[in-house]
Design a protein around this ligand. Structure first.
Ligand SMILES: Nc1nc2c(ncn2[C@@H]2O[C@H](COP(=O)(O)OP(=O)(O)OP(=O)(O)O)[C@@H](O)[C@H]2O)c(=O)[nH]1
Ligand SMILES: [Mg+2]
Length: 277
């Protein structure tokens, strides 16, 4: 596990560049959704034409963030139109790290840009397939298996269940007011995570000694979101207060209740909320 190699950083550079372009495309889509006009300012208009022409001809995986493209993104990002969309970003589909990267566009757009460790953590790359990593811990070798959470990846999970001594289930707590609609599933995103957790937590494939550990992450986004919405939009029977801790605790309890009592007596089920970032 010796950190990242130089080649890893080259990959991450392309990844961050691609994330930046995707983020701006999503914000522009948001402007369309809210029927906002791009600023009339000549420089912003030019940036818009340049950017849209670029994304029309280049796939996200092939993005090269040239100086001109970075300037165009920076110009658009500062425009009134995009700043308005940014304020309503919880109403559109947007990468979790979009604002982080766009705030840093001048640094990221420099010719010799080297991603920092923080950039790497913030980069979005969906996991595909089954990925194993082994590392020593005390006198044992631990094997960690990472699988993708996207719907198309879920059918692969079953191949990792046998002999697992623990399951780390990570759910995005900030999705309490988001919706999933992919043709097959049409429901609240957090409720969908709960459905998956219930299936996994009660799955007979796991032995009685398999630890079931729940992480509710993106608590930073959750904190921002509950300033505007209550978790009551997801849990109709929520009668508690508006505080962040109380609401996060309620979500945590709702998840914990999904694993049957019998199993909870046998297994160490992590009850506390593990906060990332
Ligand atoms: N703001 C914020 N962003 C987070 C947090 N945890 C993860 N992210 C970001 O969320 C995005 C997705 O993270 P990933 O690690 O790719 O998520 P994943 O669950 O492995 O996704 P799949 O591989 O598709 O299953 C990345 O841009 C991360 O930086 C968090 O607690 N807060
Ligand atoms: Mg992943």
């Amino acid at each position: 596990m010796g950190g990242f190699s130089e080649l890893d950083y080259v990959n991450f550079r392309y990844l961050v560049h691609s994330n930046v372009v995707v983020s701006m495309s999503q914000l522009l889509k948001g402007a369309e959704k809210f029927q906002l006009q791009i600023d009339a300012d000549e420089k912003v208009q030019k940036a818009y034409v340049f950017f849209t022409a670029y994304v029309a001809q280049v796939r996200p995986s092939d993005v090269e963030l040239s100086y001109d493209l970075a300037r165009a993104i920076s110009m658009l990002y500062q425009s009134n139109c995009i700043q308005t969309v940014k304020r309503r970003s919880d109403e559109i589909e947007l990468l979790d790290s979009a604002i982080y990267f766009l705030d840093e566009i001048d640094r990221i757009g420099e010719p010799g840009y080297q991603p920092t460790e923080k950039d790497v953590i913030r980069a979005r790359v969906p996991t595909t397939g089954i990925n194993e990593i082994e590392f020593p811990y005390k006198h044992a070798i631990l094997k960690m298996v990472d699988v993708g959470g996207q719907r198309s990846e879920q059918r692969k999970w079953i191949y990792c269940f046998e002999n697992a001594s623990g399951v780390l289930f990570i759910a995005d707590i900030s999705t309490f007011n988001s919706h999933i609609d992919d043709g097959d599933i049409n429901m609240n995103k957090l409720k969908y995570s709960m459905l998956l957790f219930k299936k996994i937590g009660n799955n007979p494939c796991f032995g009685k000694r398999t630890a079931m550990i729940l992480f509710l992450n993106k608590i930073d986004i959750f904190k921002e979101r509950i300033k505007k919405y209550s978790i009551g939009v997801c849990f109709k029977d929520y009668k508690g207060g508006e505080g962040y801790e109380e609401q996060a605790q309620y979500v945590n309890d709702r998840f914990n209740r999904l694993v049957s009592n019998d199993i909870q007596h046998e297994k160490p089920l992590c009850k506390g909320i593990s906060i990332h970032f």
